[in-house]
Design a protein around this ligand. Structure first.
Ligand code: PEP
Ligand code: MN
Length: 369
């Protein structure tokens, strides 16, 4: 059961104490308190973990300061909507992330040279984009492939982010020590930007790593669906992050592995955008670069990556994570799918048009109801 307190109630309130005293009569239940600053309101929730069928929601709801009590219907209790809960958005570096917001995370798959990182940041600034993607730690299939520059490239990445007014960089981490390295490097650079920690598809069930990004509350987390996992398994895995205390999570769809995805790298799963929005309280991102895997175009000259982007955005995605490169043929990782950076204005125009259409369609459907 999740007990939602009225907006004015805090952990220090009399109403909260009354509820805690009431719950003492169920000593077998673990009580977990979740306090989060949502975008539209602050939330104080009390979660009852264990066999709670003997707890009367009616009685709980009659206690002072209780807004309502919700029976939990799925295992991913913190991130789940359970049919009736509101979304949990968050604010980071002055930007809102929730199921209504829309952001672009544009940049290099892997940071290779200072010049290439600078070319990307410069293009982002010129096009009014304030969030980037930049891989410093790369999980590669072969140990002989470029593994990213790791902490070596962080100082110049953060320096460049400051120079070009980049507010947030999405960056994959493969181990707990990477979080420390990022934190230290950010501090040494004078915290010019924020970082969203990305959990890649290969680590989608690395529970220890998920717990580590969940234990720290400084950085939000972009969790990528496991490419060989059911949606339910990935939602339960994302719950590990929340269960440790960090609910600043963006859930990212990035395609799933099946031979039926050929000739694309993976099968695009963006029809699941509304499903994840319905099942969870999290903002949903799409990554069209990795499932497509190439710059192939249709007979009209529109890249498959554009089409996949449109599919996700028209389905209501709240963010797009996409790879660009100043010289894709020279990229050390995922060059075949990188869009040349000079195409950024066109891609932006395309995305904005689709997003506007989505908002119009949403309005049209809501008005017809
Ligand atoms: C990436 O975003 O660079 C990446 C490695 O993605 P994924 O984990 O989805 O393969
Ligand atoms: Mn990549």
């Amino acid at each position: 059961m999740i007990i939602i307190m009225e907006p004015h109630v805090t952990k220090e309130s009399k109403e909260f104490k009354i509820l805690m005293e009431y719950l003492e009569r169920f000593p077998h239940l673990k009580v977990k308190v979740l306090e989060s600053k949502g975008v539209t309101r602050s939330l104080l929730e009390v979660h009852l973990i264990g066999e709670d069928y003997m707890v009367s929601s009616h009685e709980i709801e009659s206690l002072p300061g209780v807004e309502r009590a919700v029976r939990v219907t799925s295992k991913y209790r913190l991130i789940g909507r359970h049919g009736e809960l509101d979304e949990i958005g968050f604010e980071y570096k002055g930007l809102k992330f929730d199921q209504h917001s829309f952001h672009l995370f544009v940049g290099l798959c892997a940071v290779d040279t200072y010049e290439n990182a600078e070319a990307i940041f410069k293009a982002l600034k010129e096009n009014g984009i304030s969030c980037a993607r930049m891989g410093a730690y790369k999980p590669r299939t072969s140990p002989y492939d470029f593994q990213g520059w790791g902490k070596k490239c962080l100082p110049w990445l953060f320096e460049l982010a400051g120079k070009y007014d980049i507010k947030i960089i999405v960056m994959e981490v493969l181990a707990g020590r990477h979080i420390e390295e990022i934190k230290q490097s950010l501090e040494e650079a004078g915290n010019p930007c924020g970082v969203i920690l990305q959990i890649g598809t290969r680590n989608a069930q690395n529970f220890e790593l998920l717990k580590e990004v969940g234990r720290q509350k400084e950085f939000p987390v972009l969790y990528k669906r496991g490419y060989g996992l059911t949606l339910e398994e990935s939602l339960n895995a994302a719950e590990y992050i929340a269960s440790e205390g960090n609910t600043k999570i963006i859930f990212c769809l990035r395609g799933v592995r099946t031979h039926l995805g050929d000739p694309h790298r993976n099968l695009v799963d963006f029809a699941h955008v509304p499903v994840v929005k319905r099942l969870t309280r999290l903002p949903v991102c799409i990554d069209p670069s990795h499932p497509i895997g190439s710059r192939a175009e249709d007979p009209d000259g529109i890249k498959d990556i554009y089409h996949a982007t449109a599919q996700g955005v028209i389905a209501g995605a709240n963010a797009v994570l996409v790879e660009f490169h100043p010289a894709p043929e020279k990229a050390l990782c995922d060059g075949p799918q990188a869009i040349p950076i000079e195409e950024l204005p066109l891609y932006l125009k395309y995305v904005n048009k689709v997003r506007e259409t989505y908002l119009e369609l949403k309005k049209m459907v809501q008005e017809a109801k």
